[in-house]
Ligand binder design. Structure first.
Ligand SMILES: [Zn+2]
Length: 234
């Protein structure tokens, strides 16, 4: 994709995540720069629902704006650069504070895929606790050291939960990061409901392996993106 096409898709992704309530006034999505793998694109500090192409800023992987042009960046831009730096196959990162997901970041109950739409989320969704290394903070990933510590906790996984805060989700494409974020939230709701009925039958590890192996060609991905995009434009 060209830079212009990439920015247009990133704007669409902002609107989809807002429509699905994965993000509200807060939360953001980035994409690796299509021509400069050592840089990434992310909106300035705006609610995702309102983001336009003119809001998209370029950053180094340390979270330094290349040309801010008077725009104010998100405090938590370091989440994105730190992950792009250690995960070369990742091309898009979503950070959000989904209220359905947070209970699993603050309790002893692991969040695990319960339905086929969540198979790509993987077998493990670790919880990162900012307090372990940084003590008492305002909970925000507001410098590169915190970003790197969170990225280390993410490791090779797709999702990292953030204690008392939210979560971060990665994808090899914008579409993958958006769909995983949407279905992470759906899975959290379904798991919460199922747990009220008693023991839950989660997806088995070998089933998750099958789905992850076919993730790029997963049937329905294009259909899901088209559906979500149409909903965001109503
Ligand atoms: Zn946050």
């Amino acid at each position: 994709m060209t830079l212009e096409e990439t920015i247009a898709k990133l704007v669409d992704a902002n609107h989809i995540l807002a429509q699905e309530r994965v993000v509200d006034a807060f939360g953001h999505i980035s994409v690796r720069h299509p021509e400069r793998p050592d840089r990434f694109l992310l909106s300035c500090s705006r609610s995702p629902e309102l983001v336009t192409p003119r809001d998209i800023m370029e950053f180094t992987l340390d979270g330094i704006p290349v040309d801010a042009a008077g725009r104010k960046p998100y405090f938590e831009r370091f989440i994105h650069g730190a992950i792009f730096a250690i995960r070369p196959e990742v091309h898009s990162v979503v950070h959000n504070h989904s209220y359905d997901v947070i209970p699993f970041a603050v309790s002893k109950t692991p969040l695990r895929p319960v339905f086929h739409g969540a198979g790509n989320l993987g077998k493990s969704m670790p919880v990162w606790d900012i307090r372990t290394k940084f003590g008492a903070t305002n909970m925000l990933v507001n410098d590169i050291d915190k970003g790197r510590d969170m990225a280390t906790a993410l490791g090779s996984n797709t999702v990292v939960l953030m204690r008392g805060h939210g979560c971060t989700v990665v994808g090899q494409t914008i579409e993958e990061a958006v769909l995983s974020s949407v279905y992470l939230q759906v899975n959290a709701r379904l798991q919460t409901t199922a747990m009220q009925f008693g023991d839950v039958s989660y997806l088995h590890d070998d089933e998750i392996d099958v789905m992850q192996a076919a993730r790029a060609a997963a049937p329905g991905n294009d259909r899901a993106w088209e559906y979500l995009l149409a909903r965001s434009r109503r």
